[in-house]
Design a protein around this ligand. Structure first.
Ligand code: NAP
Ligand code: F7E
Length: 363
């Protein structure tokens, strides 16, 4: 009998890597997708059509769709990854964020109970280092007090506690992975790392002049998403349900990430000025290629995240340094250098084709 996994957020960065991982372990994988007017399935396109990979329409805001789907799929493991996951966007859409990221977790738990699967279905909740928010100690571990500092984090705090509540009240196998930032070549393009690696590639290839960022001093513990999905699975394979911090244990600023990304793109940066006036200058040309814009400042910003992965290392047997910070930045920049070059070729071909069509050369 194959284990049956249901993944919410299957189209996202983590959902796509987790699907690949679980398929390689012999799982039957079911994913939740929602209707959109544009194609958003790029990250899982290569999995569609595989015999053990199935997609279903549902929505985290639609209880009935979740109840029906859980009943139909009868999962043995649910990975609840769906979320409005952008912290800055959560200030603009706080109610939607709460509905999906907080009440959505409750809807999943109730869908399992409604289908009487409490004793057979394990649940993983995608919790976050943002819970530590305005941090009360560094580095942060499973015992560090929470101090959420954005509508996103407040919604995720509800998710964390309702998972714990159902574990204790109904003896359900519910766990939270408190994951620190994890990135990849599949990371959404408005998160700071991907924004930087794409811009560095574009600037190196003459497609963009300057990259505008917000708080350059912000500190993050960045890991590789591909390594982190293994932990989600390991957490559900333990004898008892529990919560784990997943992090590398190494911290860097946004400025350091940018310096290294531009280096891998072939541009050495020199930093001048402070705060809003700080600039990243291309040493070879003297041109400003990074500048600060207040548009990317947040009403409250989390500035000092640094995880202590001791429990995951000792209890799960997971290696937090599988991919180093330097390797992560290099993987992302290499990918984006190729993407920008390929986009350029495709756009030249489109322009040429349009010209030929106009001139009647191609009919
Ligand atoms: P992501 O790339 O933004 O993916 C989010 C996923 O949630 C997408 O598949 C999205 O679907 C789906 N979704 C959003 N609203 C939905 C709704 N109403 N109904 C159904 N699906 C919905 O996020 P990620 O980086 O993979 O992160 C996965 C999870 O881990 C999230 O819960 C995030 O909050 C959490 N987390 C992430 C990090 C990190 O550093 N990446 C760290 C800690 C925790 P569409 O494609 O249709 O938009
Ligand atoms: O910001 C600063 C920004 O948006 C990181 C999500 O996956 O990880 C992610 O949330 C830092 C912040 O990620 C820009 O102010 C500077 O301090 O890449 P980010 P995040 O907010 O840490 C956590 C763990 C999650 O759970 C979330 O789902 O970088 N920053 N300049 C900027 N950030 C962005 N986005 N854009 C900038 O231009």
């Amino acid at each position: 009998m194959r284990s049956i996994a249901l993944i919410t957020g299957v189209t996202g960065q983590d959902g796509s890597y987790l699907s690949e991982f679980l398929l390689s372990k012999g799982y039957e994988v079911h994913g939740i997708i929602r209707r959109s007017s544009v194609d958003y399935r790029e990250r899982i396109a290569h999995l569609e059509g595989q015999p053990h990979f199935h997609l279903h329409y549902a929505d985290m805001g639609d209880s009935m769709s979740l109840v029906k789907l859980v009943g139909k799929v009868q999962p043995t493991e649910i990975y609840n990854l769906a979320a409005q996951s952008h912290v800055q966007v959560s200030f603009d859409a706080p109610e939607f964020t709460a509905d999906v990221d907080a009440v959505g977790v409750l809807r999943i738990l109730e869908a399992v109970r409604t289908n009487h699967l409490e004793k057979t279905c394990k649940i993983y909740q995608a919790s976050t280092s943002e819970l530590y928010g305005k941090v009360e100690e560094v580095p942060q571990n499973e015992k560090t007090p929470f101090h959420p500092y954005s509508p996103y984090a407040v919604a995720k705090l509800y998710g964390f506690w309702i998972i714990k509540e159902y574990r204790e009240a109904y003896d359900m196998f519910c766990c939270s992975g408190i994951l620190f930032n994890h990135e990849s070549e599949r990371r959404g393009e408005t998160f700071v790392t991907r924004k930087i690696t794409l811009a560095a590639a574009r600037i190196a290839q003459g497609k963009q002049d300057c990259l505008y960022l917000g708080n350059l001093d912000s500190l993050r513990d960045w890991g590789y998403a591909k390594d982190y999905v293994e932990c989600m699975w390991l957490i559900l394979q333990q004898d008892k349900p529990d919560d784990f911090v997943i992090a590398t244990g190494v911290q860097h600023t946004v400025r350091e990430f940018a310096t290294l990304a531009f280096h891998y793109a072939g541009i050495e940066l020199r930093w001048e000025g402070e705060g809003i006036n700080e600039k990243g200058i291309n040493v070879a040309t003297g041109k400003v290629v990074v500048a600060v814009s207040e548009d990317f400042y947040r009403p409250t910003d989390v500035v000092n995240l640094w995880g202590d992965p001791t429990k995951a290392r000792t209890q799960l047997g997971w290696n937090p340094q599988t991919t180093t910070f330097e390797q992560l930045v290099q993987i992302m920049v290499q990918h984006d250098m190729q993407k920008v070059a390929a986009d350029h070729v495709a756009s030249v071909m489109r322009t040429n084709l349009a010209e030929y069509l106009e001139k009647g050369v191609v009919k």
